[in-house]
Design a protein around this ligand. Structure first.
Ligand SMILES: [Zn+2]
Ligand SMILES: [Zn+2]
Length: 99
């Protein structure tokens, strides 16, 4: 049975069982759609498997088979960095930029 983890492993956003933004891999590593797409390009950073939309468990079943409450949060290499810039070659030197 799916654990239905409550949050994105990367940005810690809440992903309730009804969320259509939840993405999981075959090991149930769980991410939000934003992280899955913009940071990982649909590939799980832990196991390199596909990230796909998590099936929604009907409310009627959640009573008997509740979602997991265990929040998992990991520091992935891809999480530590901001999403890659949209336009490469914009002339900015990453080393000299201070924000
Ligand atoms: Zn996320
Ligand atoms: Zn995985």
């Amino acid at each position: 049975m799916l654990e239905l983890r409550p949050n994105c492993e990367c940005c810690d956003r809440d992903l309730p069982p009804q969320s259509e933004l939840a993405r999981i891999c075959t090991f149930e590593c769980t991410f939000c759609a934003d992280c899955a797409e913009s940071r990982f390009h649909g590939v799980c950073p832990n196991c390199e498997g596909d990230l796909v939309a998590r099936p929604i468990r009907p409310d009627s079943k959640l009573h008997r088979f509740p979602a997991s409450l265990r929040r998992i949060n990991k520091a992935h290499t891809a999480c530590a960095k901001p999403p890659p810039p949209a336009a490469p070659g914009s002339g900015r030197d990453g080393w000299s930029v201070t924000l």
